[in-house]
Ligand binder design. Structure first.
Ligand code: GLA
Length: 387
């Protein structure tokens, strides 16, 4: 099978996206340095594959006289092909961004009416991925399906393989039609900000989605993600610590850990959002734990379901290809709590089982009927249970 026809996104896409950290201040130097840093820290081998340039990469004043998009010469003085070559040489793939209307969310030229021309241009530069946003486009579902279909067709007609990432924020139920328009992932919410709770972002005059609320989208849509098409809970905020353009005050270590745990349980794409050039150890620990990443990348590709809720505590279960289960014990409340996990909660009999705590990288117990674990406020304990 040629690399052209290799099926895309058989497991959730992984990589890095420029928006959460850099926003409109994107520059080719930061993209190159990011790719260098990820390569030297071994992230490629862990599965992080796509380096994605988000909004505001093109000349704001408009297309050239041929109708082509033009990279902003101050931000990308060497052009996009040179950058794509650089990123490819490090073993990564490269992504770009546009919007299904005249203007993007950041008011740069969008691709509506220029789908074929833009797709061919990105293909000529060697791009591998398109994130396609929906600002300034009609509200209704039919228009969205039509506009995403146009771009999906245009990408396919280039003859180059593109991963197609839909970003209409869930309002038009893209989990029902994302695959049909050629998409491999679809956002399920508005933008996740660097916050546990939903938060008013005064300087943006918008509400940001918090991690706690994202879990509800993951629970509601668990049946719709799977190999080739994934619910996208949005880019990771792990490691932003309040320093990103996408701000919101930051979260505690345990909150970032819950975020990472549940993006893995939900089979969400894992697109890093922080500045990886100065990654601190706690952030690296969250992004590089192999046993946790394996849960996200499990070939069965079944997003977790919430199986039990009591007070502010929850149990989620995700079946894995090897017949074992990943189980998350989450405390969404503000004080520590014991969670009693009963075998029946996760569909098992009272026979001996091996339990491994994935973040601690330790086998913690055998249990038959139940096991009791203390879970700190906003913490998630991630277990692998082998019956
Ligand atoms: C929207 C998207 C974000 C980001 C910005 C860029 O808000 O949801 O992920 O792409 O646009 O302007």
């Amino acid at each position: 099978m040629s690399s052209q026809s290799k099926p895309l996104a058989t497991t959730p896409p992984m990589g890095w996206n420029s928006w959460n950290m850099f926003g409109w201040n994107i520059h080719e130097d930061s993209v190159r340095q990011t790719a260098d840093a990820l390569a030297s820290m071994g992230f490629r081998e862990l599965g992080y594959e796509y380096i994605v340039i988000d909004d505001c990469w093109s000349r704001k004043s408009g297309r050239d006289s041929n109708g082509d998009l033009v990279p902003d010469p101050d931000k990308f003085p060497n052009g996009m092909k040179a950058l794509a070559d650089y990123v490819h040489n490090l073993g990564f793939k490269i992504g770009i961004y546009s919007d299904a209307a005249d203007l993007t969310c950041g008011s740069h030229p969008g691709s509506y009416g220029f789908e074929d021309q833009d797709a061919n241009l990105w293909a000529s530069w060697g791009f591998d991925y398109l994130k396609y946003d929906y600002c300034n486009a009609p509200f209704d579902q039919e228009s969205a399906i039509q506009r995403y279909t146009r771009m999906g067709d245009a990408l396919r007609n280039t003859g180059r393989q593109f991963l197609f990432s839909l970003c209409e924020w869930g309002g038009r139920s893209p989990h029902l039609w994302g695959r049909k328009v050629g998409g491999q992932m679809w956002r399920v919410s508005g933008d996740v900000f660097d916050s546990w709770i939903n938060i008013w972002i005064a300087d943006w005059k918008t509400y940001g989605t918090g991690i706690d609320v994202s879990l509800e989208y993951a629970a509601d849509l668990a049946d719709y993600g799977g190999p080739g098409g994934w619910n996208d809970l949005d880019m990771l905020i792990v490691g932003l610590k309040g320093k990103g353009l996408i701000h919101g005050g930051g979260m505690s270590f345990l909150e970032y850990q819950t975020h990472m745990s549940m993006w893995c349980m939900a089979c969400s794409p894992l697109m890093i959002g922080c500045d990886v050039r100065k990654m601190e150890k706690d952030t690296a620990d969250l992004l590089t734990n192999r046993e946790v990443l394996v849960i996200n990348q499990d070939p069965l590709g079944k997003p977790a379901h919430r199986v039990k809720q009591f007070g502010s505590c929850e149990v989620w279960k995700k079946p894995l290809a090897d017949g074992t289960l990943a189980v998350a014990l989450i405390n969404r409340g503000s004080s520590g709590s014991d969670i009693l996990l009963k075998a029946g909660d996760i569909g098992l009999l009272d026979t001996p089982k091996l339990v491994r705590n994935l973040w601690a990288e330790q086998d913690i117990a055998d249990f038959k009927a139940d096991i009791n674990l203390r879970v700190q406020p906003h913490e998630t304990i991630l277990l692998k249970v082998q019956a």
